[in-house]
Design a binder for this molecule. Structure first.
Ligand code: HEM
Length: 147
């Protein structure tokens, strides 16, 4: 392999997952089963119920687009996850542990272990960047200066 071709091979996370059982239908099932569990969770259920008050169908379709883009590189998702989460003031870092545990459990129920591991790895990375956007502050709040 020449240096040039090595540089043009995209990193693993940019390549579509190569598992014929992963397609929009199976990702849609993952999304639906995952959110059915989340909505029943005593901590996260009420947070979602407050944020999504009407029809859940658009959210489930958007999340299916999102996961198809992340895993299959379909480019179906065009949303902005950071502002959607930054505005959720009652969410804590510990809530992400619940979210990730339930997501991991659902992925493991539906997919082969190696495939579930790819979904879980992506979810963990995205959760880390969402948590940075939501909770990380370089400076303490500037309350003293405001008063
Ligand atoms: C405790 C953890 C989390 C909570 C409570 C949460 C909650 C929510 C809520 C309530 C919305 C809907 C916002 C709205 O439409 O107004 C939303 C949207 C979304 N969430 Fe999360 N979320 C969490 C973690 C995650 C993680 C780890 C991911 C990705 C791996 C994720 C991906 C998304 C995406 C893609 C959207 C759609 C954003 C858009 O384009 O509108 N969420 N989330």
């Amino acid at each position: 392999m020449t240096m040039k071709s090595a540089l043009t091979v995209p990193p693993l996370a940019e390549q579509p997952l190569n598992d014929p059982r992963v397609n929009r239908a199976s990702i849609g099932r993952l999304v639906r089963e995952f959110y059915a569990k989340l909505r029943k969770n005593e901590r996260l259920g009420p947070i979602f119920a407050r944020a999504i008050t009407g029809d859940w169908e658009p959210h489930l379709e958007k999340m299916t687009d999102f996961w198809c883009s992340v895993i299959l590189k379909t480019g179906d998702y065009h949303g902005r996850p950071v502002p959607a989460h930054v505005k959720l003031k009652d969410v804590t870092e510990a809530d992400f542990d619940i979210w990730l545990a339930m997501f991991g459990k659902t992925a493991a129920e539906l997919f082969a272990p190696e495939t579930a591991a790819v979904f879980i790895d992506r979810a963990e990375r995205i959760a880390t960047s969402l948590k940075l956007a939501m909770f990380f502050r370089l400076d303490p709040p500037q309350q003293a200066a405001a008063g």
